[in-house]
Ligand binder design. Sequence first.
Ligand code: GLP
Length: 262
Amino acid sequence: MAEIIIVDSQEQAGDIYAHCVADLIESKPNAVLGLATGSSPLVAYERLAALIKERKLDVSGVQGFALDEYVGLDPEHPESYRSTINRTVTVPLGLNPQSVHVPNGDPAGLQTAGAAYDAAIEEAGGIDIQILGIGSDGHIGFNEPGSSLASGTRMKTLTEQTRIDNARFFDNDIEQVPVHCITQGIGTIMKARQLILLAFGKGKADAVAAAVEGGVSSLCPASALQFHPHATVIVDEEAASKLIHADYYRYAYEHKPEWQRI
Ligand SMILES: N[C@@H]1[C@@H](O)[C@H](O)[C@@H](COP(=O)(O)O)O[C@@H]1O
């Protein structure tokens, strides 16, 4: 794993992400951002929105690609990832809605939607910085345990645990949570030039330990990050609580020269 940063707060993690992305946009106005839903990236998006205003950055050329979408949910549904990304990223950052892409969860087009999405990412020049959360079972995007580590964007079946976890967005009724999703594959995610995974709270401690210090295995999809040349995992103390080498990560970060920090 390239780099583990243990922070005191989500705000601190958010600032690291925000500075990284703001610097990117400054040097590359047509930057391509990989976007994630979930609660973990929310503060990071808020910090980035503030920094964009503060530095008066022109984001008109920035493109975004979301990780995943539910299958069969109306894109206008408030809990579709299309709506979620629009609410939490597109509007606050001031991105052009036409430049923010979300996989197409229409059941009618599923056989070709995945390959089309990967092609669109390639055509945009590839993702510069992909932000990631992690599921309690180690999933990234919606790549559940057992997903091919080389997979492209495709339809997947959600585990019952993920549907239970996400029922909170659907009146706590698991029956309302779609069974299928379309998600960037692990192979797709690995093509991004830089990955930043955020994890907070003790509910993520096992998944983080397996991803960072366990063997690389499809049973913990996030462990694929160990093969990425530029991956950073930013965790709070609780999410870091099961890392055997936590002291070393702190020590290494403190001793890192400024130019080598993300
Ligand atoms: N598809 C999303 C993932 O991209 C996200 O990482 C995960 C964790 O969400 P949270 O950050 O709310 O814990 O939830 C969903 O399954």
